[in-house]
Design a protein around this ligand. Structure first.
Ligand code: T4K
Length: 372
């Protein structure tokens, strides 16, 4: 039982001490540069590129607009292959660009887009693949690239969950043509709201920067109907501070994930994801999967029981994107095409995980799961 009766949410944003932030605010108030590629914005781009080990990064006001813009940068059109097992923003970014999403099923090991099912979904209209590193675990990037190269497709990774994740000793964001990140309050690295596009060359970075600033390519030249999706100075200043504490926050997440694994491994009917190979994980989420027959309770029953105890796990990602009204008329959205995703979406609960989740709260969560 949750004795304190204080709600325990799936996540809680990490913030630096307020006193640490004041000098940054004073600087903004002093120099009166609030946005449009100000000094903190420039500094954060530089520090993030170094921290992540990526060549070029362009900051955004949120991850969704980074996705919408990434598709425009590469002039993606027609049809794009993507996953139904993600946050709606992934597919919404396609609709915002008048692109038809084509859903392909996921693989059961990490819940990422199944590369072996991509080829069957390619048509003459297909121009790109938009996979998601779900929960921060790397997609099968080599295989996806192989397919993209054969068919001449672009690859844009939705890496919203994968801040700081390294795969084969380099940033996961170095794979594909572009990757996008989210710095939303609920993410491992937050600037309250925020996001970014990572690219490989200076010319593309320039195009991205034009597109996020209405398309301005100089004082009097507009190269495209760009949008306003710039990160402001307050967000950037917060990002600079957050970066200082990031490694320590990931270590705290690691400890929580290890405790969950240790405590839940012997419970029949509950499974969790394996450790991804050659990967430095960020422990962004801790999804568990309920086998109703073996556990003796359905996912929804456990979800409800947790709630009754003031513990707010989340069913990321249920319902599947393909079940929402704006998608479900598509041929590729038919449940029979998405059997693995359908199954997993019925079994998943993401348990609370964040650096300040204390051991007392952990005991409360585990007690509810263990006592049936
Ligand atoms: N691609 C993927 C794969 C994504 O997962 C996302 C976002 C995006 C793209 C788009 O990136 P952004 O445009 O958001 O940068 C949340 C987030 O709003 C969303 O950013 C995130 N994915 C998604 C997975 O989760 P909700 O509707 O579940 O959030 P909410 O408000 O219910 O928050 C969850 C819990 O977190 C709350 O119960 C309490 C706690 N919380 C939340 C906020 C916002 C706080 O303690 N403080 C806060 O400020 O979508």
């Amino acid at each position: 039982m949750n004795k304190t009766n204080k709600p325990i949410y799936v996540t809680q944003p990490t913030l630096p001490d307020l006193e640490e932030f004041i000098p940054y605010l004073e600087q903004i108030w002093e120099n009166k540069i609030l946005t449009n590629n100000g000094p903190f914005h420039k500094q954060l781009e530089k520090e993030l590129a170094k921290f992540l080990g990526v060549p070029y990064i362009s900051l955004f006001t949120n991850g969704t607009l980074a996705l919408v813009t990434a598709l425009q940068v590469l002039r993606i059109s027609g049809e794009v292959i993507t996953t139904p097992y993600s946050f709606v923003a992934t597919a919404h970014s396609l609709l915002w660009n008048n692109i038809k999403p084509v859903f392909v099923d996921i693989e059961p090991e990490f819940c990422n887009l199944d590369p072996e099912k991509i080829e069957a979904a390619i048509t003459p209209q297909t121009t790109a693949i938009l996979p998601v590193h779900v929960y921060g675990n790397p997609c099968k990037t080599e295989r996806i690239q192989e397919i993209a190269d054969i068919y001449g497709l672009k690859v844009i990774y939705d890496a919203a969950h994968a801040f700081g994740v390294n795969y084969n000793k380099q940033s996961i964001c170095n794979y594909g043509d572009l990757s996008i990140l989210s710095f939303h309050a609920t993410k491992v690295f937050n600037t309250m709201e925020g996001g970014a596009i990572i690219c490989h060359d200076a010319t593309t970075k320039k195009r991205i920067d034009y597109l996020k600033n209405f398309g301005f390519a100089g004082e009097t030249t507009v190269m495209a109907p760009g949008i306003n999706s710039k990160m402001n100075e307050m967000q950037a200043a917060l990002g600079l501070l957050q970066l200082k504490h990031h490694k320590q926050n990931i270590e705290k997440r690691r400890t929580i994930a290890e405790t969950y694994k240790q405590e839940l491994k012997s419970i029949t009917g509950i499974s969790f994801l394996p450790e991804a190979e050659n990967t430095n994980a960020n422990f962004a989420y801790f999804p568990i999967f309920i086998n109703e027959k073996e556990y003796g309770m359905s996912r929804n029953q456990l979800y409800k029981k947790l709630k009754q105890n003031n513990i707010y796990g989340r069913r990321y990602f249920y319902p599947l994107i393909s079940e929402f009204p704006m998608y479900k008329g598509l041929d590729s959205a038919k449940p029979e095409n998405l059997m693995v995703a359908e199954q997993i979406a019925k079994q998943v609960i993401c348990l609370p995980i964040y650096p300040d989740l204390n051991s007392e709260a952990m005991v409360q969560i585990l007690t509810v799961i263990k006592e049936k």
